[in-house]
Ligand binder design. Structure first.
Ligand SMILES: [Zn+2]
Length: 125
């Protein structure tokens, strides 16, 4: 009986976490739109694989620019230390929004980890 109560609690926790993840995904999508609107350059959102044996792959999506370097098109990650090219405006607002977005992504990663642990615990029943 006790075990059954614990299992129900675990299942409830699992669906709570899944709802939280859904809300977070919606918020992240909103933030991506805002970032795209703030940037004077076309921002591409790419989900990337880390190449490790990882259950949370792919990660992101992260913002990139398509830039030509030495005659070749490359992806430029708009991560830490990114500076917009000279003449482009509103870099401050973009950087602030980007920092918020990254914090939300971190929350999502932590949430995915908790979800994974809850699922594993439930499999043990
Ligand atoms: Zn990964």
């Amino acid at each position: 009986m006790k075990a059954l109560v614990a299992k129900t609690a675990l299942e409830r926790e699992l669906s709570r976490l899944e709802r939280e993840l859904q809300d977070l995904e919606g918020l992240l999508a909103e933030k991506r739109e805002r970032l795209a609107a703030l940037s004077p350059l076309p921002v591409h959102w790419r989900s990337v694989r880390c190449g490790k044996d990882c259950r949370r792959c792919p990660h992101g999506p992260y913002p990139y620019l398509r830039v030509k370097k030495e005659g070749k098109w490359r992806w430029q990650y708009l991560g830490k230390g990114w500076q917009p090219p000279e003449g482009f405006t509103r870099p401050q607002a973009f950087r602030e929004e980007l920092a918020l977005y990254r914090a939300l992504l971190k929350r999502k990663e932590a949430l995915l980890e908790r979800l994974e642990r809850a699922k594993e615990a439930l499999r043990g029943w």
